[in-house]
Design a protein around this ligand. Sequence first.
Ligand SMILES: [Cu+2]
Length: 168
Amino acid sequence: MKKHQAIAILISIGLSVGIVSSMSAQDMTKHNSSSKGFQPIEQPIALKIAIAVGGLSLMVTQLWWFLLSKPKSQQAEISDGIQEVTITVDGGYVPSLVTVKRGQPVRLQFDRRDPSSCLEKVLFPDFHVAQDLVLNQTTPVEFTPQTVGMFQFSCGMGMFHGAIAVEN
Ligand SMILES: [Cu+2]
């Protein structure tokens, strides 16, 4: 929910900046043609640069958000031969990257605190798991990874993602 909102806010800011900058650009060309050089030329240029810099920094922020904000990784703890990790489901999955050993049973405890229906299901396509998560409860998901690699999991609609890193 929080991530959805943040993305929506970023997109709307980006859009409004784009609209404002295109409108002011049109305004400037009108002014320049009608007032025939009475308008000082330095001010619109400075304004254009400021808008461009503002837009660029927004784009950089968005890129950072989508590409560079790295998931928090957590190593599963082994007890009674089962590798166990609790994953908090609240505006996404925390941790969103879990490291486990190959060939040993894994139990992920999904603690769902987010009421959004988006997160009511968790899917592990590689392990043939589609588990409903009950709100304000911890639901276990169990499987035994047999191959080394990265295995994605997601909510029912594929909006939120996490991954299981299986190592030897
Ligand atoms: Cu979803």
